[in-house]
Design a protein around this ligand. Sequence first.
Ligand code: ZN
Length: 251
Amino acid sequence: MVFVFICPANSGRLSPSSHHARRVQEPSDAVPTPPPRPPDLTPAQAAKTRATETRVIETHSQQAAPAPDAACTHAMSSKRLVAELVSPVIGPDQCGIAAPLKLSAIILANGARIPVEPISLVRCDFAEAFADWVREDLEPLAQISGGGLTKILGSDGYECRSRNRVVGAIISEHAAGDALDLRGFTLHGGRTLLIASVSEDPGFMTQVRDKSCARFTTVLGPGSDGYHQTHMHVDRKVRRNGYRVCQWKMG
Ligand SMILES: [Zn+2]
């Protein structure tokens, strides 16, 4: 099991000032001079400095380690998915995932691994619900239409943004890692069924929609709101009185 620290913004980038700092530190022929020797500390001052350094190191190590989470433990031991546990995503603002993983494949009942491309960052409990949908709903439909699944074509998992990226709109379930967007599915023999091309196999897509709407609380597809013409969105947003959204027009 590998733990990776996620930095959601500007990961690995250098700011203009740090870039400048890097340039002025490039090797030169000049002989480096040692830094000036700090003034001697009294024993009490030295002990206080060491204590401060220790506290800082402990704090960083606590932040880097993923917290134990029952949903993640259950998902990773379920043998229903292939994923990598990662550290909590914290902010900005309301965005973040307390218990995330990077989902790379679903394992079917026969042991076949169905890649999810690209790898998606989602909540552990969402990943397990998604795996159930693939195994129990999607794969049987794919068996009827073309011998079964070989690949799931995704697009967005976690993303800190408003709904449909509309400025001022309420925050998206993607910002909680509780949603996935899918572009289509590849079946045995290389046949790919895209959400954007419902007419290719309307019977399959109608069943995909109906099964999705029974399992997820939000399903949006072509014909819903103008933002989902080329992909389907599923999430598990909890609404008052159990209200659900299922909007996807076939043809
Ligand atoms: Zn979406």
